[in-house]
Design a binder for this molecule. Structure first.
Ligand SMILES: *[C@@H]1O[C@H](CO)[C@@H](O)[C@H](O)[C@H]1NC(C)=O
Ligand SMILES: *[C@@H]1O[C@H](CO)[C@@H](O)[C@H](O)[C@H]1NC(C)=O
Ligand SMILES: *[C@@H]1O[C@H](CO)[C@@H](O)[C@H](O)[C@H]1NC(C)=O
Ligand SMILES: *[C@@H]1O[C@H](CO)[C@@H](O)[C@H](O)[C@H]1NC(C)=O
Length: 519
């Protein structure tokens, strides 16, 4: 065969087989929420896309010091949320049942401010210099504002959404996902999918109210800022979100329960998990040599452990001193008052790598999803002390699955800490943790590989229109078949009324007949 035709054959073959990886897509990431714990879930995918050969532009507050080739940062000025929260802010909350609503409005304000700051930023101005159609796909975080859907609309590109938590109440409608409050627990409440009647009542009210509040507050706020920036012709973000092609969520049925999802809502929980790295010598020795194992205490990137009140800290330490385990604690100060000999403090610790060590017996966590995911993946039982956001929900899921015990921040004392830790050290918890871990880890495809395939698929098909549920086009009245119920009800009523008439008519005639007989 002629050399030329061999090449043509090869080219044809690669076109037909369709297995050739797509290269050189232009991809834009818009991640404006300033929480590093969220970005830690998104960034591995963005980096992986660049490593696969795509051009990835990223607008976010987080600068990548060693970006892979093809990864370009457009860094936003940002508030630093790391180590900014104190326990004092969450103790003695007057009406805990209203906490979800207070949190909703805090998130709303964060979203509005991040939207405003981004729309005024130099970083976004640079990205907007690209012509409409330049980007093949835009990946955005969908959390507390849909401001970036307006930017995606300007740039005329299909959208892949990501959520670093389970679905928020307002995510369901836009994707055509059924929201069934009888067993799908609202993220903001600390319930698993097994709820009492009171729990289901609260869940129904919270799910629907938060969804409505989102459309009353967050949508108009983003719309106003977008109209200021791009003119009044821009559609409402409430409409634009329905154009989301695909949503990648940090959720997995083994943790938060099986639920119906359309094919464009993909559970890629643990997407960010990488293989554990070797520990430094000191940590390795500590973990190897701990005769009774190790308890790891870490309350995430935002909460400061040193903001715990002196009384609570001291009772915690007294409980820890009674245990034979070695304790590693993420503690931000150089010194820890009344530090027992078995407690080792570190300002920063390689949480993932420590949890992967077989000698870790318990993870004492605030219930952040990133840390819990790492514990689940390594099969480590958990003591969860949830403080805000989805932490109550995350912990409830693990408690229901028998691999965790919940501890209330308000009840924190020497005895409650000692009891919770001793309880979870029981081998039954380890057994359950191993079962959940197996269900979480065993998948037909790595979460990263499937996310990568789907993002490329959305780009190649310009938004994968056939993937979307037609439910998003229906209003709620039609979606819940209320029109059909009303029509059927009307027919039923008509039949009943007619039957009643006929019966009365019959009775009347009988009466007349008997009257006639008597007279
Ligand atoms: C945020 O603040 C923490 C400590 O408060 C610091 O360690 C970290 O470097 C800061 N991050 C940025 C991006 O400034
Ligand atoms: C948006 O930010 C600008 C300054 O960058 C400020 O003047 C304006 O008041 C902000 N708008 C809102 C709604 O916060
Ligand atoms: C931690 O360090 C800060 C600043 O150095 C200090 O103000 C605070 O009292 C310390 N807290 C504890 C519990 O040691
Ligand atoms: C919806 O998304 C498609 C691409 O998937 C895009 O072409 C279209 O312009 C978008 N519609 C709006 C209103 O932004």
């Amino acid at each position: 065969m002629h050399k030329d035709s061999i090449w043509k054959c090869l080219l044809l073959f690669s076109l037909i087989s369709g297995s050739s990886p797509v290269h050189g897509l232009n991809i834009l990431g818009l991640f404006i929420h300033p929480a590093i714990s969220h970005f830690q879930f998104f960034q591995p995918l963005l980096r992986r896309l660049a490593e696969t050969g795509h051009n990835v532009d990223v607008v976010s507050p987080f600068h990548d010091a060693q970006p892979p080739k093809g990864y370009t940062d457009y860094t936003l000025p940002s508030v630093n949320l790391s180590n900014q929260l104190g326990f004092d802010m969450f103790e003695d909350i007057p009406m805990p049942s209203l906490l979800p609503f207070a949190e909703f409005f805090i998130l709303y304000a964060y979203g509005r401010d991040a939207c405003n700051a981004t729309l005024h930023s130099e970083a976004l101005a640079q990205v907007l210099q690209h012509p409409a159609g330049y980007y093949d796909v835009i990946i955005v975080e969908q959390f507390n504002t849909d401001c970036m859907m307006g930017v995606a609309h300007q740039l005329q590109a299909p959208v892949v959404a990501m959520s670093s938590s389970s679905l928020m109440p307002w995510h369901y409608d836009r994707m055509g996902t059924p929201i069934i409050p009888s067993y799908i627990s609202a993220l903001f409440l600390g319930q698993s999918e097994q709820m009492s009647f009171g729990g289901r009542l609260g869940n129904w009210i919270t799910s629907h109210t938060l969804n409505w509040l989102y459309s009353w507050f967050n949508v108009p706020a983003a719309d106003a800022l977008l109209r200021q920036k791009f003119g009044s012709g821009i559609p409402s973000t409430g409409e634009l979100v329905k154009n989301t092609s695909l949503m990648l969520i940090n959720q997995h049925f083994s943790l938060s329960g099986a639920k119906p999802l359309p094919p464009n809502v993909l559970e890629v929980g643990g997407l960010h998990l990488r293989a554990a790295k070797p520990l430094d010598d000191a940590l390795q020795q500590l973990l190897d040599r701990a005769e009774h194992g190790v308890i790891l205490i870490s309350w995430g990137s935002q909460l400061r452990a040193n903001s715990l009140s002196n009384a609570k800290r001291d009772s915690l330490l007294r409980a820890l001193a009674r245990l034979p385990q070695q304790i590693i604690w993420k503690w931000e100060n150089d010194t820890l008052p009344n530090q027992p000999a078995n407690v080792h403090i570190m300002k920063w610790l390689p949480q993932r790598d420590i949890l992967a060590h077989p000698n870790v017996r318990v993870f004492f966590s605030h219930g952040g999803l990133m840390g819990l995911t790492e514990a689940v993946s390594s099969g480590v039982p958990v003591v969860g002390m949830p403080v805000y956001g989805d932490q109550f929900f995350n912990v409830a899921g693990l408690v229901q699955r028998g691999m965790a015990v919940r501890l209330d921040l308000g009840q924190l004392s020497e005895q409650t800490v000692f009891d919770a830790l001793t309880q979870v050290l029981d081998p039954g918890y380890k057994l359950q943790a191993a079962k959940v871990s197996a269900a979480y880890n065993d998948r037909p495809q790595l979460a990263m590989d499937s996310a990568l395939w789907w993002v490329q698929h959305v780009a190649e098909t310009r938004g994968a229109p056939l993937l979307r549920s037609s439910a998003v086009k229906l209003n709620r009245f039609v979606y819940y078949s209320l029109d059909v119920y009303i029509a059927l009800g009307a027919v039923l009523l008509l039949v009943l009324v007619s039957l009643l008439r006929i019966w009365r008519l019959g009775c009347g005639q009988k009466r007349q007949l008997s009257k006639a007989k008597r007279s």
